[in-house]
Write a protein that binds this ligand. Structure first.
Ligand code: TPP
Ligand code: MG
Length: 592
């Protein structure tokens, strides 16, 4: 037993957990914790962005890049309420951070003190975040802190990672007590589960019997750091790989067996392979509407005609949309190692077994390349979207990290970006919260200080969190923002154009009576914040501007004027019932 002040204990716990950063904003509720962070400032760096949402996205992105968690610290009431979006984004994409929120003193519970939420329950912040965290802990005595902290970090990092909240009444930071120190959690991926030997044998039987198999991978493969095993299995048996955005880079996407993303904004060979496959081995991936063409058979998948092996660490995802032929509750890397060992044991495979299947895929790839490749060469003003993707691909090294926001710019990257390494392409996939891309890049850069970190974000999305520039300058975080400026909430305007006869309302940015396209001068805005800023409206200028921004090693914004009237070709579909769904612009659906 040892006597400690609550705030001291929390700080020591963070250090023992190897948490190097706290991203947070002050408030009267957390001054006690801040005061202790002053004492440990050599071990834990406090970074205070200008909005709590940004702190959360930074923490989320930091984890996605490094697979090591950091914490946020927000005050009671409004400060913590600003965190909800970031928690939701992290939870939807199985990313982890420890959200330390402050609350009112326990002695004031239910008295309605300043910033208490108490209509139903005293100090009720945990109920605000309940749906968007894995768990919310609210210790009410210092003695309860060690257990709550250990459980919080273990919960956050075990099984399917997710954000966890620890809500701490004001007095706990100040008060001391005799406490027992708890052991740290062990960190991410320190607990892995495999599957039963019978299921491994059955999975391998199914894989070796299939004549048109595909692997479909998602964030689960990235999170379990199973890229090498995945690539080995794909190569060993010649199985093509489809990736959801958060799985991209687990197999080098320039590999012949990588077919890219599936769904409306996927690549044509991926949708063709998905809908013609006789076996899908889905690992750490969800069949959400966007990667399953809204579950309409024949567009992306053809279950139940196609057999399904579904592997996930979360039972709730197994069979959520398609009942699996074989469901496996396991960690992705452990399962892949089990499969590889079983294949090894069965002896050499028959070479060329899938040659017909691979020949079909090669044909689809040629057709897709012939359709899309010429557009990557076109120079124009405003710039064609393909050009921005191509120049980013040409300029950025393989280990650069990009973060995308929500919007049509993201669709282009889902369809055409070739991630070469895992944990290099950050997407707000499940919740698609605008602000993630522009804010997350700050956390990414702190996680990977020696690698270029570039956010490609919409003009709308950037305008939601423009103060990221101040934080970059204040803390000298040399992130680069490529603002994809199409003077509109283009992703949504495109829905109005496609489904509402172009009756545009509330989706474009204009000024004056003659409705001139309007946006702030983003480059000047960056310069006003003390960052560098340039505007690029001719495609010839973008590549050089990006090279320069990366070399500058300073916070840098490039305002790129992109043509809103060039839309990504749909190769699957996406339905918003009861509205009719659009047919793919390229390729036909298929019914076996
Ligand atoms: C916080 C938030 N508000 C609203 C939406 C709905 N939404 C999705 S995409 C989009 C438009 C994005 O516009 P912009 O950032 O300019 O990107 P673009 O589509 O033009 O590339 C909107 C409003 C969202 N995903 N998140
Ligand atoms: Mg836009």
């Amino acid at each position: 037993m040892i006597r400690k002040k609550g705030a001291e204990l929390i700080a020591e716990f963070l250090i023992a957990e190897k948490i190097p950063y706290v991203f947070g904003i002050c408030g009267h509720g957390n001054v006690g914790m801040l005061d202790t962070l002053y004492d440990v400032r050599d071990d834990i760096t406090l970074i205070s962005p200008r909005h709590e949402q940004v702190a959360g996205h930074m923490a989320d992105a930091y984890f996605r890049v490094r697979h090591e968690p950091v914490a946020t610290l927000t005050s009671c009431g409004p400060g913590s309420a600003n965190l909800v979006m970031a928690l939701a984004v992290a939870q939807a994409d199985s990313s982890a951070f420890l959200a330390i929120t402050a609350n009112v003193p326990t002695s004031q519970f239910n008295r309605g003190p300043f910033q208490e939420i108490n209509r139903h329950n005293q100090a009720d912040f945990p109920n605000i975040v309940r749906p968007v965290v894995k768990h919310s802990y609210q210790p009410s005595r210092v003695e309860m802190l060690p257990l709550a902290l250990r459980q919080a970090t273990t919960t956050m990092l075990s099984g399917r990672p997710g954000p966890v909240n620890i809500d701490i009444p004001f007095n706990l930071f100040q008060e001391d007590a005799e406490i027992e120190i708890e052991a740290p959690s062990g960190g991410h991926n320190s607990r892995r589960s495999g599957t039963a030997p019978d299921d491994v044998a059955r999975a391998v039987d199914m894989i070796l019997e299939a004549s048109r198999p595909v692997l479909f991978i998602g964030h689960g493969v990235t999170l379990s750091e199973a890229g090498a095993e995945l690539t080995e299995l794909a190569h060993r048996l010649d199985i093509p790989v489809l990736s959801s955005p958060n799985g991209m880079g687990c197999i080098d996407m320039t590999d012949d067996l990588s077919l890219g993303f599936i769904g409306r904004n996927g690549a044509y060979p991926a949708n063709q392979a998905g809908r013609h496959a006789d076996l899908v081995i889905a690992i750490g991936a969800r069949f959400d509407d966007r990667s399953a063409s809204s579950w309409i058979p024949g567009y992306s998948w053809n279950f139940p005609e196609t057999k399904l092996i579904h592997v996930d660490v979360d039972h709730a995802e197994l069979g959520r949309n398609y009942p699996p032929t074989l469901a496996i509750l396991a960690d992705a890397r452990t399962f892949l190692r089990q499969v590889l060992a079983e294949i090894e044991q069965r002896g050499p495979a028959r070479g060329g077994r899938l040659s017909e299947w691979l020949a079909d895929i090669a044909e689809w790839r040629v057709a897709w390349d012939a359709f899309t490749a010429p557009n990557f060469e076109i120079h124009a003003s405003p710039i064609r979207p393909e050009r921005v993707v191509a120049d980013c691909q040409a300029v950025l090294p393989d280990d650069a990290v990009i973060s995308l926001d929500s919007g049509v710019h993201h669709n282009w990257y889902m369809q055409f970006w070739k991630a070469r390494r895992p944990q290099t392409m950050l997407n707000t996939w499940g919740f698609s919260g605008m602000g993630f891309g522009a804010a997350g890049i700050l956390g990414a850069k702190l996680a990977a200080p020696d690698r270029p970190c570039v956010s490609i974000c919409g003009d709308g999305g950037f305008t939601m969190v423009p103060h990221v520039l101040c934080t970059a300058v204040e803390y000298d975080i040399p992130a680069v923002w490529v603002v994809w400026n199409n003077f509109s909430w283009s992703a949504i305007r495109d829905i109005q154009i496609g489904l509402f006869d172009g009756r545009e309302i509330g989706t474009g940015f204009y000024r004056d009576e003659n409705r001139q396209p309007y946006n702030p001068d983003f480059a000047a805005w960056a310069r006003a914040a003390g960052a560098e800023g340039v505007t690029v409206s001719k495609s010839e200028d973008f590549k050089g501007a990006l090279e320069h921004a990366i070399q500058a090693n300073r916070p840098y914004l490039i305002d790129v004027h992109v043509d809103a009237n060039v839309r990504p070709p749909a190769t699957g579909t996406w339905a918003l019932p009861p509205l009719r769904h659009a047919e793919p612009a390229f390729g036909e659906p298929y019914t076996p």
